[in-house]
Design a protein around this ligand. Structure first.
Ligand code: SAM
Length: 314
C-alpha cells in the first residue's frame, strides 16, 4: 500500500491522507502546521478558536505517532505557546527526547519578552536508545567572517576542539529563516532546507521514508530527496502542492565521497560524526598531523566549499 504513495505529493487534507498509511510504516514524521497566527495562506483559515485548534492538532499528532516505526522519530515545529500543549499530549503516547530551540530573532511585541526562538519537539516511539535511530551530528565552528577565528572559546580548550566543528546541541543558531524574496516561493512560512536536512541526517538512513503532513512548498520532501531518502508529502492547497512538485524536480542529491551531507551556499552545514574522516579523506596518520597543525586544518575543514561558490555568506 505504502509503495504507491512513495515519492509523491498528496494533494488532500492530511487527516484523510494519513488514514491510508498503516501503523509503523514511516521512519520519520515532521510537521510544521499552521501556527494559528492569522497568516495569509491561499485558502487555509489560520484563525481558529484555541480549543478547536488544539483538538485538531491532537488528531494529526496521534496519526503521526501511529504511522511512525518503533525505530523512528517524530518532530513538530511551532511557537513555544502551542508546543507546550503538544508536549503534554505527546508525552502520553511517545517519548520526549528534546525541545530544540531554533534561534530566530523577531520584532518586539511590547510587554513580553522578545520572542527569539521557534521550538522543534523531538519525540521517539521507543524508550530505549538501542531501539531508535540517532546519529551524532557535527556543525562547523561558528567563526569570525573576516579573521576566521572561533567565535566561542570552548571554555579555554580551543586546541582540543574537533577540527570540523562541535557536536550539535539543542540550540540551533546557525540556520537562518529565509528572508530574501528571491530565495522564497509564494508561501507565507517556508522553512530553510538545511533545517530539515539536519533533522533527517540525525534520525534516518538512506532510503528511509520521511513524511510531512503539511508540506507547504516541499522543504521536507526536497531535503529528503537531496539526502537519498524517500518522502511522502501532504498538502491540501493545490498551488502549494504544485510549487512542491516543481521544487522536488529541481533537487539533486548532495554527497561527498559517498556520504550525504547538508550544504548551503557551498559550505557543509551538517554532517554525521561518523562520516567526517571519509568526507575529508583523513587517514590515521593525517589525524596525528592534524593535531600538530590544528589551526590551519580547522579552517580548511570548516570552510569546505564547492568550486562553484567563491563567497561564504549567509
Ligand atoms: C506552516 S505551512 C508549512 C510550510 C512548509 N514547512 C514549508 O517549508 O514550505 C503549513 C501548511 O499546511 C497546509 N495545511 C493546512 N491545513 C492542512 C490540512 N488539513 N492538510 C494538509 N495541509 C494543510 C497549508 O496550506 C500550509 O501550506
Amino acid at each position: 500500500m505504502i509503495e504507491k504513495l512513495l515519492n509523491k505529493i498528496i494533494n488532500d487534507d492530511c487527516l484523510n491522507a494519513l488514514k491510508q498509511l498503516t501503523d509503523n510504516s514511516v521512519d520519520m514524521t515532521f510537521a510544521d502546521p499552521p501556527f494559528n497566527l492569522k497568516k495569509k495562506y491561499n485558502h487555509y483559515d489560520d484563525a481558529k478558536e484555541v480549543q478547536d485548534y488544539l483538538q485538531w492538532c491532537n488528531v494529526w499528532l496521534s496519526e503521526m505517532v501511529r504511522i511512525t516505526k518503533p525505530s523512528g522519530a517524530i518532530f513538530v515545529h511551532n511557537i513555544p505557546r502551542w508546543l507546550s500543549y503538544f508536549s503534554q499530549y505527546l508525552n502520553k503516547i511517545a517519548y520526549f527526547k528534546h525541545w530544540i530551540a531554533w534561534d530566530s530573532p523577531s520584532a518586539p511585541l511590547g510587554k513580553t519578552l522578545l520572542p527569539n526562538h521557534y521550538g522543534i519537539l523531538y519525540f521517539t516511539k521507543s524508550k530505549s536508545h538501542n531501539d531508535f535511530k540517532f546519529f551524532d551530528i557535527r556543525m562547523p565552528h561558528p567563526r569570525c567572517r573576516v579573521c576566521k577565528e572561533f567565535l566561542k572559546d570552548y571554555g579555554g580548550k580551543k586546541a582540543q576542539a574537533h577540527s570540523f566543528g562541535p557536536l550539535l546541541s539543542d540550540v540551533w543558531s546557525d540556520i537562518h529563516r529565509i528572508r530574501h524574496k528571491k530565495r522564497r516561493d509564494e508561501h507565507p512560512c517556508q522553512l530553510p532546507i538545511p533545517l530539515l536536512e539536519r533533522l533527517i541526517l540525525m534520525t534516518t538512513e538512506e532510503n528511509d521514508i520521511v513524511l510531512d503532513p503539511f508540506v507547504g512548498t516541499g522543504t521536507t520532501a526536497v531535503a529528503a530527496k537531496k539526502l537519498g531518502r524517500r518522502y511522502i508529502g501532504i498538502e491540501q492547497d493545490k498551488e502549494y502542492a504544485n510549487i512542491t512538485r516543481n521544487n522536488i524536480g529541481n533537487a539533486k542529491q548532495t554527497k561527498i565521497n559517498g556520504c550525504f551531507v547538508s550544504k548551503y551556499l557551498g559550505q557543509i552545514r551538517t554532517m554525521r560524526d561518523k562520516d567526517f574522516k571519509i568526507i575529508f579523506d583523513i587517514d590515521k596518520k593525517s589525524i596525528q598531523d592534524e593535531q600538530k597543525d590544528f589551526n590551519s586544518k580547522t579552517v580548511e575543514y570548516s570552510n569546505y566549499r564547492d568550486e562553484n561558490y567563491s563567497i561564504l555568506s549567509n
